[in-house]
Every structure is written in structure tokens, then in C-alpha cells.
Design a protein around this ligand. Structure first.
Ligand code: PLP
Ligand code: COI
Length: 366
């Protein structure tokens, strides 16, 4: 669907009647958790068929009015993104590869029959919100401001077809560790459910994928694990990804494997960045297939020495144990491996402005 030139859109700023007090904000930032606290402001931009994007507003974060017949409430026409703003060593603020999130947002929009948002508008909305809510960025190591841009179909219409009106919204949430356990390595549960089938929406970041993952994720938690891992839908044999993270396997000979992007896996921006960083270390990274049976056999023989999961929210997280209907196995020592730790440190250092950004990934904004 066509979008207007970004230049036509100007943001209106609405005053906030009652900002969160400094005292309350400081207490939240001391222990932000993940996803439960929000900043003072939000961005909204509307889209109407025939008119394109209009009414860009940055104002107080507040409930939105939706008609009970709004298409998103019935057929889940919704997409989202996740990225972070980081306090830099020099006190400034940076984003990590927001252009990649803007591109993936539009790829998701296309799959869900939604309008594209110009990349420049996606990034400008983030820059404006982060600048306004700068006081909400936690400074501690491992903490950041998590940004959640999303788009919903707002048209009141019960027929099954793409809506003719949409709303883009951006909210922000101070974030610490994604995993509550804080354990050095996570334990994952191999689900009998599948996440994505060939031809489905697995490569899109749409809410429906996550709704479908709640029961399998709940099973993982109920059995004492941190996350669910999904196998492919066709053969139930090949390892795909976790509920919200991509996977990497590290072998004894220093070679590395990550599942290929076959259309059923989310193309993670962290995954893409780590492939580059690992190759820069002189390691050989292959994108391919890896079966659960092979994973178990290689962990037992010592051929596989490390496995880690990665994503914006989870950063780089070692996988210590894998459990499922077949039983349970441990990877390496069950704790963080050397290569995992090294590449995590390098990524985080680039994100926080402590290591040189040789790829143009870091965007200074405030
Ligand atoms: N896979 C899924 C299903 C996800 O939800 C995410 C998180 O966004 C990822 C992988 C990792 O993607 P990224 O590194 O872009 O955050
Ligand atoms: C992210 O990493 O940004 C995600 O969207 C994953 C989600 C499970 C929090």
C-alpha cells in the first residue's frame, strides 16, 4: 500500500499534565525488571486509505479509544518491533540498528496486509520519544530503555479483509534482565507444539505468533524451564528458535551453526549482528539445519560445546540444559561458554559505546 513522503508528516507535541515524580522514577529505574513500567510519553500516527500517514502526535502515554469492532480485536491484524536505547559512556544516548527494525517492521506489515511506514518516520518517532523521555533510560550495566513500536488495524468492520485505517504507536519501557531467574544459563523445553509452518507468518513479528506461543511457553515454565524451543512444523525434527530468541551452536573445532532463515524463523537483528562479529573473530559461521537428535548426540559426545540464544530483550543468553519428551541433556558444563561470553561482551560494548562501531550500527540520538 502506498505511503506519503515522510516530509509531509510533522509531529505535534501535546503537554503532559502530570509527569511521574523524580522520586518514583528513580525507584523504578533502580530495579526496572522487564516490561512492567512505562515512560511518560508515547507517539501515535494514524493511517487512512487514500490519505496515508497523518496526525503524528507525541504526547502523554494514555489509554487509546478503539471501536469494539476494530479489526485488530477480531482478526489480530497487528505487528510490532523491539529495540533499545542505551546510555553511552559519555552520557549521550544511542540506538542500535534502528534502520534494521524499520525494515523488518515493513516486511511484517507487508505479510499482514498493512501499510508500510516510511523508515525515516519510524526512526524519527523513536528519536523524539527517547529525547523527551531521556530521564527514563537506566544507566546500570545490562539496563536500557526498551522501545516497542507497533501497528494495529483500527477500522470498525467485521468482514475479513485488510482494514482501511491503522494506528502506529510507540511506547517505551525501562528494562533490566529479561530472565527473572538471573541464572548464568537458561534451561529450555522442547515443545510438541509448533510455532510456524512453511508459508505462514513465522518470519513476521506479528502478535498472533506470540499468542500461539503462550501455551507452549506456559508448559516450559510449569516444568521448571525458562523458555520454549520450537521444532519445524513439517518434520518436527529441525530446531528452529525459542519463543522470542534465535539460537547459535558452537562446536569443539570452533565452527558455529545457526538455523537458516527459511521463512519460519524471525530474522533477528541480534542474530545478524552476531554472525558478523563471530566471523570477524575468524570463526566460521554457517546458516543451516540442525536436528534435535544431532544436538543431543553432539552434546553427549562433546562435539558441541556451547549453545546460546539471542535477541533484543534477552541479549545473549547461554543455554545450559535442554529438556523434552525425549529426556534431558546438558550442554558443555551447563554454564556460560567462552565464545558466548566473548561475543556477548563485544556486542554489549558496541551497543554501549565502549568499543568501536566499525559497522555504522550505532545511531547517536540525544
Ligand atoms: N525470534 C523471535 C521469535 C523473537 O521474538 C525475537 C525478538 O525480537 C528474536 C528472534 C530476536 O530478534 P532481535 O534480535 O531482532 O530482537
Ligand atoms: C524482543 O527481543 O525485542 C522481543 O520482542 C522478544 C519478546 C519475547 C520480548
Amino acid at each position: 500500500m502506498a505511503s506519503p513522503a515522510a516530509a509531509e508528516l510533522t509531529f505535534t507535541t501535546l503537554p503532559h499534565p502530570a509527569l511521574v515524580s523524580d522520586e518514583t522514577r528513580t525507584a523504578i529505574l533502580a530495579n526496572p525488571g522487564f516490561g512492567t513500567n512505562f515512560t511518560d510519553h508515547m507517539v501515535t500516527i494514524d493511517w487512512t486509505e487514500g490519505r496515508g500517514w497523518h496526525d503524528a502526535v507525541i504526547g502523554p502515554r494514555q489509554p487509546i479509544a478503539l471501536d469494539p469492532a476494530a479489526a485488530v480485536l477480531h482478526y489480530a491484524q497487528e505487528i510490532f518491533e523491539g529495540l533499545k536505547a542505551y546510555k553511552q559512556a559519555d552520557g549521550s544516548v544511542s540506538l542500535f540498528r534502528p534502520d534494521a527494525n524499520a525494515q523488518r517492521f515493513n516486511a511484517s506489515a507487508e505479510r499482514l496486509a498493512m501499510p508500510a511506514l516510511p523508515e525515516s518516520v519510524f526512526i524519527e518517532s523513536i528519536e523524539k520519544l527517547v529525547a523527551l523521555d531521556k530521564a527514563w533510560i537506566p544507566e546500570a550495566d545490562g539496563a536500557s530503555l526498551y522501545l516497542r513500536p507497533f501497528m494495529i488495524a483500527t477500522e470498525a468492520f467485521l468482514g475479513v479483509r485488510p482494514a482501511k485505517t491503522y494506528k502506529f504507536i510507540l511506547i517505551a519501557s525501562p528494562a533490566g534482565n529479561y530472565f527473572k531467574s538471573g541464572a548464568p544459563a537458561v534451561s529450555i523445553w522442547v515443545s510438541e507444539y509448533t510455532r510456524a509452518a512453511p508459508g505462514g507468518t513465522g518470519a513476521a513479528k506479528c502478535g498472533g505468533n506470540y499468542a500461539a506461543s503462550l501455551v507452549p511457553q506456559g508448559e516450559a515454565i510449569a516444568r521448571g524451564h525458562d523458555q520454549v524451543v520450537f521444532l519445524d512444523a513439517a518434520e518436527h525434527k529441525w530446531i528452529e528458535e525459542l519463543g522470542g530468541m534465535n539460537l547459535f551452536y558452537i562446536f569443539e573445532d570452533g565452527t558455529i551453526l545457526t538455523p537458516a532463515l527459511t521463512g519460519t524463523i524471525l530474522p533477528g537483528i541480534t542474530r545478524n549482528s552476531l554472525i558478523t562479529l563471530l566471523r570477524e573473530e575468524g570463526l566460521s559461521v554457517t546458516e543451516g539445519r540442525y536436528s534435535l537428535d544431532q544436538w543431543r548426540a553432539d552434546a553427549a559426545s562433546g562435539k558441541l560445546v556451547e549453545t546460546f540464544a539471542c535477541g533484543t530483550a534477552a541479549v545473549v543468553t547461554p543455554v545450559g540444559t535442554v529438556a523434552g519428551a525425549h529426556g534431558e541433556f546438558t550442554i558443555g558444563s551447563g554454564g556460560p561458554g567462552q565464545i558466548t561470553q566473548k561475543v556477548k561482551d563485544r556486542l554489549v560494548a558496541i551497543q554501549r559505546g565502549k568499543a568501536e562501531d566499525t559497522h555504522g550500527w550505532v545511531r547517536k540520538i540525544a
